[in-house]
Design a protein around this ligand. Sequence first.
Ligand SMILES: Nc1ncnc2c1ncn2[C@@H]1O[C@H](COP(=O)(O)OP(=O)(O)OP(=O)(O)O)[C@@H](O)[C@H]1O
Length: 337
Amino acid sequence: MDNNSIVNASASESERAVEAALRPRKLTDFIGQPKVCEQLELVLTAAQNRGVSPDHVLLAGPPGLGKTTLSMIIAAELGASLRLTSGPAIQHAGDLAAILSSLQEGDVLFIDEIHRLARTAEEMLYLAMEDFRVDVIVGKGPGATSIPLTLPPFTVVGATTRSGLLPAPLRDRFGFTAHLEYYDAAELQKVVERSARLLETEIDVEAAAEIAGRSRGTPRIANRLLRRVVDFAQVHGNGVVDRAAAQAALTLFEVDPEGLDRLDRAVLETLCTRFNGGPVGLTTLAITVGEEPETVETVAEPYLVREGFVIRTTRGRAATRKAWEHLGLIPPDNGMF
Ligand SMILES: Nc1ncnc2c1ncn2[C@@H]1O[C@H](COP(=O)(O)OP(=O)(O)OP(=O)(O)O)[C@@H](O)[C@H]1O
């Protein structure tokens, strides 16, 4: 088990290319996140009515919930050009200066993983966002001079999975921050049904619900599971996705009805059967499972804790009653429950 897991919320570059076909292009096609959509629509419409570029927008939330999609929708709704970059792609302030100085009036600049910008670039960005100005350094050493360059008005859309890591001065430059939440099962079912339509695949309601229920609140995972289910239905059936095909495909890929995969279940089984439910330290748990502590902590644990299968205590990780019941085991009568 590694980051290539079918239920990993992050995507590789090649997967992003496949995903592009499934992105909603308008705010009205964007499923879920009703508060964010309503707020965003207001911000964009008000700016358009005034004939100005909207405030800078920060999109905060876990991977795979639609931050890149929303940035594209913002540009499309404004009829603006979109420039895409990311924190890790900007190694030096000069890289950012080159992008900023090429912006046209009204452009939308999307900066993914904005919390990973280099410090010098961050400082340049404050100034550009606040005063639409960038100081370009010409020359090197003692002869270097700084030439102020005025930029046309533009809108930065920043995306971050870790808004807590953003320095306050940068956070303050965003006039509007949208917090994306995990999707509920009904919303994910709509995502699956919409994607199936785009993939020209027939899917019944039960199958869409089955996939949605195993998608960990994340559209990216829903779309990935759907692609595997479609493969299964095409290879083993007539291409129509029904509940039996969905269940068989997801069993084959070891994603259970709660969306747990092989590593998640191995962690729970180890906790319950080897350590009587814990608490047990992370390192001991990871060694017993045969994984690196970091993998257990960053890949399996967040979802297990979020869904109430595991709790973190000062003495280590412990299984909850829900974990025992999920594995079909009887919780011990040790006063923990
Ligand atoms: N609300 C939605 N409705 C329909 N599809 C969605 C929605 N949100 C996301 N998706 C789909 O999920 C996939 C991932 O979305 P996106 O790339 O926008 O996520 P992200 O939050 O930017 O992820 P990351 O943080 O990893 O960059 C895309 O294929 C997109 O079409």
